[in-house]
Design a protein around this ligand. Structure first.
Ligand code: PHE
Length: 340
């Protein structure tokens, strides 16, 4: 029995020595000191010994237990300490390490143009209204006084989702939404995507952007329209920009006009950009047709208004000298990065 105790003690010492983790140490505690542990079993078997033997062997077994307890206890402490050190080492932050470099993106030229033009109108007191890209035929055409046989309603010109729903071909549909939702004085602009059945080429895209604007109040005249759009052009293209209004036709405005700016490339002499005319068309506009105001239940004896719609791509192409509209949609970073 004495030899057995010694052997167990030796075995325990050796295994504790070799233990290299907290789990190892815990397992050894169970194996030697647990309910069915080797030392516990020895202590339990003491009952069958004679009193003299029990005295001697009991002492030896108790000493062995105390020793093993102590060794495992300090091993556990040691392992805990080690674990803590490892965690700290793993979580260490090197505050002297140089920062990671990251590239700062740039705004897409379309987004940037929308923001710049919106800022100009917002500084004149316009607020922003948005409308859906999938629009009813009513808001896109009927309410805008477009006759049933107007060519723009053709299925070869406008994308139809169903008989009564289209991908809006212009932002003018937001005019109706605004007139139905607000009471005069109304003063909003609406930037957004538009869609037309055009085959892509250097100046056409089936998806493009417009900014719509509408104002309705007492005493609004064509002079307000001209003054507003002329100052917008001067603000955006530069203070020496000259504008010209040409009569035009839109079903939803009367009278209607198109506004041209003097070609900033050639100063009006005529060049490739202005196609020799010296002027570049940038928007459509006019006095809101009384029939359109009536849809919004607005008293046409009391109120008048003007509206305009401008192609964003066109304006951006002119300002930055871009000669192919498709460049906007390719997301080639070499192109976009130029608009820092
Ligand atoms: N909706 C017209 C277009 O897409 C532009 C326009 C808007 C004209 C508002 C007059 C008034 O060409």
């Amino acid at each position: 029995m004495e030899a057995k105790i010694k052997a167990i003690l030796e075995e325990a010492k050796e295994k504790i020595e070799r233990a290299s983790s907290l789990t190892d140490a815990e397992e050894l505690r169970v194996a030697f000191l647990g309910k069915k542990g080797k030392i516990t079993s020895i202590l339990k078997s003491m009952g069958s010994l004679s009193p003299e033997e029990r005295k001697i062997l009991g002492k030896a077994a108790n000493q062995a237990r105390n020793e093993v307890e102590e060794l495992i206890g300090s091993k556990i402490e040691e392992m805990k300490e080690l674990k803590k050190k490892m965690t700290l080492a793993a979580e260490k932050v090197d505050v002297t390490e140089p920062g990671k470099k990251f590239k700062i993106g740039v705004k897409h030229p379309i987004e940037r143009t929308i923001e710049e033009i919106s800022d100009i109108f917002q500084s004149m007191g316009y607020s922003i209204a948005e409308g859906p890209q999938v629009e009813s035929v009513f808001n896109a055409f009927d309410a805008l006084n477009s006759p049933e046989d107007h060519p723009s309603r053709d299925k070869t010109d406008t994308f139809y989702i169903t008989e009564n729903m289209v991908l809006r071909p212009h932002t003018s549909s937001v005019q109706i939404r605004t007139l139905l939702a607000q009471e005069p004085p109304i003063k909003v602009i609406s930037p957004g995507r538009c869609f037309r059945c055009d085959t892509p080429d250097a100046t056409h895209s089936p998806m493009f952007h417009q900014i719509e604007g509408i104002i309705v109040d007492q005493g609004i005249t064509m002079a307000d329209l001209k003054g507003t759009l002329d100052s917008m052009a001067k603000e955006y293209f530069g203070s020496d920009t000259r504008t010209k209004f040409r009569p035009h036709h839109f079903p939803f405005t009367e009278p209607s006009a198109e506004m041209d700016v003097l070609c900033f490339k050639c100063g009006g002499k005529g060049c490739r950009i202005c196609k020799g005319s010296g002027w570049i068309e940038i928007l459509g506009c006019g006095m809101v047709h009384p029939k359109v105001l009536e849809v919004g239940d607005i008293d046409t004896e009391k109120y008048t208004g003007f509206a305009f719609g401008m192609g964003i791509e066109r304006v951006a192409m002119l300002k930055y000298g871009i000669d192919d509209i498709r460049l906007f949609y390719e997301n080639d970073m070499r192109f976009i990065q130029q608009f820092k």
